[in-house]
Structures are given as structure tokens and as C-alpha cells.
Write a protein that binds this ligand. Structure first.
Ligand code: NAD
Ligand code: MG
Length: 405
């Protein structure tokens, strides 16, 4: 047997859905991985529990007060864990030499800088934070190449594509290797069969109750509006360097086939498994090896029906908006992301109707692109400037058109 070198793992977003699933995989393999550091926003209770179990030498809380409370609680528990705080603390643990692997699982734009810090430190980066790629894909991928980082997607569709694609060196073209198209599967979310009329009255509780996956609130709403698939199309574009017209979406309500790659000879390779993020997490941690994830074996005889239908962008315009933003290029996807984050937040606070989410995003995209030509050469400052502009316009839109509570 070959000797396994124990690697340190940093989890950014440790208290979230992906973070907790990652800890569950690590729990099964103490001989392979140790927890080098953990980062989160303000959930002191979960962070304390993780510290007591995994004993990371250093942790970071974005929220200063939460950091102070955690430090007190750790001391009282007799642990000497160092507690950092703020965005700076997050970037410090992301780049810290004690970890070889960084799981980037903070939700939204808040995760961009720490994900980039891990990339710039040349880590093996397991990326769940799709918003980072949507906002700054061009720059992000250039930094991956410049710093020799290894980027492995955790998003189940992209992890499936990663498993089904031929592995090529940085400059080689996948099209030259006979890849015809990438086919992303979408569950369709909880409202797949709902009429346009019924969608008008959707509540946050209904939107967050995903039929197959258990996830954080933001991505659950994104899945219900199909914006999640839109963000994933953009994510696939940057990760795999495929032209947009070769990235397709098919609705597969059972979430067993996680995505597919179609080849020139007519072959279609698919990755299958139960809808449980511990599979892609274990895959990305151990790649190119395979380890136990805790996920049950797939019994195909128990699946009486696997179906595939085209997405309906009439009832779910967010998917079309994402394709449009990517086609437009430059900073348009960053505007799309900013507007969506504000829209989802407002929807969760009952200040915006579900069907107003795409209306808001479209209005903000039109406003920003009418005002200024898209910048092609992305710099991080430009990305954040347009992120702020998108958010300001989106908040204005909520004030004028949102629901009166
Ligand atoms: P979640 O809401 O359950 O967890 C979010 C995590 O981010 C929490 O630990 C929170 O403390 C942390 N966080 C939030 N703001 C922060 C800040 N400013 N600084 C530091 N930490 C902060 O979300 P999730 O479902 O785990 O999703 C995380 C990311 O992974 C998202 O980008 C999502 O799109 C992606 N993703 C999730 C799933 C899934 O199954 N949950 C699947 C694919 C991709
Ligand atoms: Mg996904």
C-alpha cells in the first residue's frame, strides 16, 4: 500500500450546507486529512461544535462580534484556537501554508476575495462558490493558471462534467478532442409543474423546500427560479472553456444524472449518483483517487423513471437572462449576479414577489448596460464597482416595485 500524506484542509463557509457536508466526509478519513482552518460568518454555535470535534489551530469569523463571542467560548472550553475576524481573517486562512486544500463554500459575492486568495496561494481549490466565477470568470481563471492552482469544481453538475471530460493541458482545446457539448441537468426545482399564475403567489418557505437537495436558502431560491442553472452555465463556460452554444441545459427532475458530455462519435458520458453533495466533495478531495463519502450506493432498480425535458424559459426567465448576460460579456454577468443577490434577499424578506426576481434582474441589466459599455479586460476593482452599482439599482427597484409589507 502506498503511504498517504495527511493534508491540511481549510473550509471557507464551514457552518453552511457544503461546509457541514465537507466536515462529514473529513470525519470518515482522519488519516488522510486534518482540518487546518475554518471560516464562517456568524454562526458561533456551529463553529464551536466544529472546533471541539476537529481542533483546527485557527478559525475566522467574518462578523467581528461573532469572532469575539467564539473566542470567549473557545477559551471557556479550554481550547487554544486562534480566532481571526473580518474579510482579512478569511483571506489569511485561505492562503495559510498549513492547508494544501481550500474548500471555497461561502455563499455569494462575499466569497470572491477569499476564493481568489486561495487561488493566488496556489492551493488545490475545491470551488462551490459559483458566484466568484460568475462575477470574475476571466480574471479568476487567469489567476488559476498564473499561480499553478488546481481548481476542482464541487458544484454537482460541474463535478460530473469534470469526471466525464477528457483531461487536457491548459492550452489544448476540448473541441479538438471530440467534445461536442456539455449537457447540464437541472432538477427544475419545486415549481417545475406550476402554472405562471400560481408562481405569482410563491412563498419563501415553498421556494426553499427543494424536492431533491438540502441546501442553503440562497441557492434553494436560485434553484426554484432556474437562476441557479443560469449561474451554472456561466460557471461551466469559464471552467471548461467551451463556447456558449455548446453548453446545454436539460431538466431532469430526479437529479440522478448530474450532467453529461456529448462526443462527436455519438457517445454521451454521464455521471450518476444519489443527490448528496458528499459524493462530489469526496471526489474533489481525493481526486484522482476515490474514497468513501458516506453516500449510499445507487440502486437503479429502485428508479422506476428517469426523465429529461427542455427547460421552460417563459415561466423561468432567469435562465435566459444568464445566457444573455454571458453573451453580452464583460461585466454583465457580475451585474446579473449582484441584481440576483439583492432580489433573492428581498424575496426571502417578503419584499419582492417570486416572479419579480427576473423582472428586477432584467431591468437592472438594461440600466447598467445602457449607461456604460461592458469592459472586456476585467480588473477586480471594476468587478466590485459594477457589483455595487448593480446592488444600488436593484435596491432602488425593490423600493419602487416591490411588495408593500
Ligand atoms: P449556506 O447558506 O448553507 O452556507 C453559507 C456559508 O457561507 C456559511 O458558512 C456562512 O457562515 C458563510 N458566509 C456567508 N457570508 C459570509 C461572509 N461574508 N464571510 C464568510 N463567510 C460567510 O450555503 P450553501 O448551500 O452551503 O452554499 C455555499 C456555496 O456553495 C454557494 O455559492 C452555493 O451556490 C454553492 N453550492 C451549494 C450547493 C449545496 O448543495 N448546498 C451545491 C452546489 C453549489
Ligand atoms: Mg449545482
Amino acid at each position: 500500500m502506498t503511504q498517504v500524506v495527511r493534508q491540511g484542509v481549510c473550509i471557507l463557509g464551514a457552518t453552511g450546507s457544503i461546509g457541514q457536508s465537507t466536515l462529514d466526509v473529513l470525519r470518515r478519513h482522519p488519516e488522510r486529512w486534518s482540518v487546518a482552518s475554518l471560516g464562517a460568518n456568524q454562526d458561533v454555535e456551529r463553529m464551536l461544535a466544529a472546533c471541539l470535534e476537529f481542533r483546527p489551530p485557527v478559525v475566522a469569523m467574518a462578523d467581528e462580534q461573532a469572532a469575539a463571542r467564539l473566542a470567549t467560548a473557545l477559551k471557556a472550553a479550554g481550547l487554544a484556537t486562534e480566532v481571526l475576524s473580518g474579510e482579512e481573517g478569511m483571506q489569511t486562512i485561505a492562503a495559510d501554508a498549513a492547508s494544501a486544500v481550500v474548500v471555497a463554500a461561502i455563499v455569494g459575492a462575499a466569497g470572491l476575495c477569499s476564493s481568489l486568495a486561495a487561488v493566488r496561494a496556489g492551493k488545490r481549490v475545491l470551488l462551490a462558490n459559483k458566484e466568484a466565477l460568475v462575477m470574475s470568470g476571466d480574471l479568476f481563471m487567469a489567476e488559476v493558471a498564473a499561480h499553478g492552482a488546481t481548481l476542482i469544481p464541487l458544484d454537482s453538475e460541474h463535478n460530473a462534467l469534470f469526471q466525464c471530460l477528457p483531461h487536457v493541458s491548459a492550452n489544448a482545446s476540448r473541441a479538438a478532442m471530440g467534445v461536442e457539448s456539455l449537457i447540464l441537468t437541472a432538477s427544475g426545482g419545486p415549481f417545475l409543474e406550476w402554472s405562471a399564475e400560481r408562481l405569482l403567489a410563491v412563498t419563501p418557505e415553498q421556494a426553499c423546500a427543494h424536492p431533491n437537495w438540502s441546501m442553503g436558502k440562497k441557492i434553494s431560491v436560485d434553484s426554484a427560479s432556474l437562476m441557479n442553472k443560469g449561474l451554472e452555465v456561466i460557471e461551466a463556460f469559464w471552467l471548461f472553456g467551451m463556447p456558449l452554444e455548446r453548453i446545454k441545459v436539460v431538466v431532469h427532475p430526479q437529479s440522478i444524472v448530474h450532467s453529461m458530455v456529448a462526443y462527436a462519435d455519438g457517445s454521451v458520458l454521464a455521471q450518476l449518483g444519489l443527490p448528496d453533495m458528499r459524493t462530489p466533495i469526496a471526489h474533489a478531495l481525493a481526486w484522482p483517487e476515490r474514497v468513501q463519502s458516506g453516500v449510499a450506493a445507487l440502486d437503479l432498480t429502485q428508479m422506476n423513471h428517469l426523465s429529461f425535458v427542455p427547460p421552460d424559459t417563459q415561466r423561468f426567465p432567469c435562465l435566459r437572462l444568464a445566457y444573455d448576460a454571458l453573451r453580452q460579456g464583460g461585466l454583465a454577468p457580475a451585474v446579473l449576479n449582484a441584481a440576483n443577490e439583492v432580489a433573492v434577499d428581498a424575496f426571502l424578506q417578503r419584499r419582492l414577489g417570486f416572479t419579480q426576481i427576473p423582472a428586477l434582474i432584467e431591468a437592472v441589466l438594461n440600466r447598467v448596460t445602457a449607461e456604460k459599455a461592458p469592459v472586456l479586460d476585467q480588473a477586480l476593482d471594476d468587478v466590485f464597482a459594477v457589483d455595487r452599482q448593480g446592488r444600488a439599482l436593484a435596491n432602488e427597484w425593490v423600493q419602487h416595485h416591490g411588495k408593500v409589507s
